[in-house]
Design a protein around this ligand. Structure first.
Ligand code: GLP
Length: 263
């Protein structure tokens, strides 16, 4: 795992978008793993701009989102399908038929979870998975005690997560209590992971995820097991990290990141 500590949020966002764009350019048929949340809205705005201004081409991509709320239809403004259509899919040239999220309205949710795993497998696995970090330490909706080998399944949401996300609903009491999420094991099988974490509110949980022990209590700590994982953070999110000087050095000295310095 490498942590890249960027001087500010804009540069952190820009680097995440650039890594994703680079991966799409290198392999236009890439199976892209996507995430939701406020952090990703800024990344998607950048990708939309790259599509518009630089012709970044998503026409052959397939996408797989990490999670979806149980009980919300795609038309529901609180659903992650709605979020993805609004922030990314409607702004780039991806074929909507190639965009996948679990179906939170499925009559048989367990069968839907198995189907989602099959879809990922049939696509040849996910090439690059974008990740955010939840306050409860989750990736996707893998709340505390998610098995490190868990697969796509239904998960109950913690009070912390409900408190964090309910503001995204016009009527906060409509926020679902359950979601379908890729498992930690599913995520660890993606060929590359790019996690983006910004802002002071994530500092404590980021330190536990990146520098703490690997534990199912903080499912994001499992990314320490992944052989190709980049964690992009800004100074505010990095406040509680022990090895900040080292992470800053990575930003300044590694050629892969250097070209991003003058963003
Ligand atoms: C949701 C998603 C997570 C995401 C998290 C962080 O809970 N299920 O995948 O990482 O939000 O969101 P934000 O960027 O809004 O802090």
């Amino acid at each position: 795992m490498e942590v890249v500590l960027m001087p500010d949020r804009d540069r952190a966002d820009a680097l995440a978008a650039r890594l994703l764009a680079r991966a799409v350019r290198a392999r236009p048929t890439l199976a892209l793993g996507l995430a939701t949340g406020r952090t990703m809205e800024r990344v998607y705005a950048r990708l939309a701009a790259m599509h518009r201004d630089e012709g970044l081409d998503f026409s052959l991509c397939r996408t797989f989102n990490l999670d979806e709320y149980v009980g919300l239809s795609p038309a529901d403004e609180g659903s992650y399908r709605h979020y993805m259509n609004r922030h990314l899919f409607s702004k780039v040239n991806v074929d909507l038929r190639n965009t996948h999220l679990p179906d939170g309205m499925a009559a048989d949710l367990d069968a839907e979870c198995l189907k989602y795993e099959d879809l990922i497998r049939e696509a040849g696995g996910i090439g690059l998975q974008l990740l955010g970090l939840g306050k409860s330490g989750h990736i996707g909706f893998n709340e505390p005690l998610s098995a490190l080998r868990s697969r796509t399944r239904v998960k109950g949401l913690t009070e912390t997560t409900i408190a964090e996300n309910r503001g995204q609903f016009a009527d906060p009491s409509r926020m679902p209590r359950r979601a379908i999420t890729m498992g930690v094991g599913t995520i660890l099988e993606c060929r590359r992971l790019v996690m983006l974490v910004t802002g002071a509110s994530k500092a404590a949980v980021l330190a536990r995820a990146v520098e703490g022990p690997i534990t199912s209590m903080i499912s994001a700590s499992a990314i320490q097991l992944h052989p190709a994982c980049t964690v992009i953070v800004d100074e505010a999110a990095a406040a509680d990290l022990q090895e900040k000087a080292y992470y800053r050095w990575i930003f300044r000295n590694e050629p892969e990141w250097r070209e991003d310095q003058d963003l």
